[in-house]
Design a protein around this ligand. Structure first.
Ligand code: SAH
Length: 377
């Protein structure tokens, strides 16, 4: 390779460019090479519909042009570290990124849907008490190309293994997407405008980063928002989610109301039900009140046990009681089945077991009180 070529890592990865950026980069490149304008369109077609893994596969371009693309750009997806398939059809990928980080994504079939849950950060800085991702600490932000690459590689895996098309994408893998807006927002535009996934089929899940909710509300596309609520009163929420102290529930609700006023985008509350912690029936009216205020749909998710924490999922009867109570109050709600337990499909667990060097025990503020005891490994 000639010495004046850029280092591979410095070449722009085409997977990380938004449709206008991609058009500009490719048009400039081909124009400088005296190539016809339609070449850019051919490459774009191979990226989205054509699903090429590399420039070499772009067989309707002259060989010389394929080589030249490779000298100027990258087309690089995360490498596969591990693929695990659950008995219930859930499929988890552990991706190996440049620099040694690993992140997860999960394919979840349900009826005629195939939902892909993707990661936005390697690890997470927010340290929610019930989430395994936070424990392995914050690694780094993912790039736009690494986010889009998870989608592209997972969608290809699904197609090649007879699982059909990915119909929905949720940012509910590792990390806090609204704490990585620089990479996540372009990725949203690419999935929507580049890969043709409807905005209403893309859900951004946040634990409550208010400036991020406001920024999402300003976008023209109707992306969906899920708020990881987990407690309808600030004091209890603060014990589960450290970020509550920075962005308290009342301010969060005001941001959600503003989001809601934009219209056309349904808000979902995620409520992980932990036995004896946040499933007291006295919390129900308050939960219903919050949901009514922003017309939210409530997903009740049995807590998925994680290492070191002695908490248990709420009992089935309590989950039903919450759902029925919400519905009586006019709030649509559903109890979500845990999926892929046999493959540790919940948030962060596989990374933690794969990178024991990163795993720390959680910081315990009030050992034993109210939350049950924290076990040693
Ligand atoms: N940071 C974002 C997205 C990642 S978490 C957010 O918090 O929304 C995706 C969802 O998984 C969140 O609703 C989170 O609360 C939930 N979750 C995390 N750990 C869990 C566990 N052990 N059991 C059940 N749900 C869990």
């Amino acid at each position: 390779m000639p010495a004046n070529l850029p280092n591979p890592a410095d070449r722009p990865n085409l997977l990380g460019l938004t449709p206008p950026e991609l058009a500009e980069a490719l048009d400039g490149h081909f124009q400088a090479r005296g190539q016809p304008r339609y070449r850019g369109g051919q490459v774009r077609e191979w990226l989205s519909a054509g699903d090429a893994r590399g420039f070499g596969e772009m067989t309707n371009l002259p060989l010389r042009e394929r080589d030249a693309l490779g000298e100027r750009f990258r087309l690089e997806e995360p490498g596969v570290d591990t693929v695990s398939e659950s008995a219930d059809g859930t499929v988890k990928h552990l991706w190996a990124l440049r620099g040694g980080e690993v992140v997860e994504s999960v394919l979840i079939p349900a009826g005629d849907r195939l939902t892909l849950c993707i990661s936005s950060q390697a690890g997470c800085a927010l340290r929610c008490r019930f989430c395994a991702t936070g424990w392995s600490g914050f690694g780094r932000q993912l790039s736009t190309a690494e986010i889009v690459g998870q989608y592209r590689a997972s969608a290809r895996w699904a197609r090649e293994h007879g699982r059909g098309r990915v119909t929905n994408v949720v940012f509910m893998g590792m990390g806090e997407p609204l704490a990585n807006r620089k990479a996540v927002f372009p990725a949203l535009a690419i999935l929507n405008a580049g890969y043709g996934l409807g905005a209403r089929r893309i859900t951004v899940s946040t634990v409550g980063v208010i400036p991020g909710i406001e920024a999402l509300a300003r976008r023209p596309e109707q992306f969906r928002l899920a708020l990881s609520l987990h407690a309808p009163v600030s004091e209890l929420r603060a014990e589960l989610i450290p970020l509550e102290k920075r962005y308290p529930l009342e301010q969060l609700m005001a941001a959600l109301e503003a989001f809601n006023r934009k219209g056309g985008r349904r808000i979902t509350f995620e409520y992980t039900m932990i036995r004896g912690v946040n499933d007291d029936l006295q919390l129900l009216p308050r939960l219903a009140e919050l949901a009514v205020r922003v017309q939210a749909f409530v997903n009740l998710i049995p807590f998925n046990p994680i290492p070191y924490v002695a908490w248990k999922p709420s009992l089935a009867g309590r989950l039903r009681a919450f759902r029925d109570g919400l519905e009586r109050a006019g709030v649509p709600a559903a109890v979500r089945e845990p999926r892929g337990r046999d493959i540790d499909a919940a948030c962060g667990q596989l990374r933690a077991s794969r990178r024991p060097d990163l795993t720390r025990r959680p910081v315990i503020n009030e050992p034993g009180r109210r939350f049950g005891s924290i076990e040693s490994p």
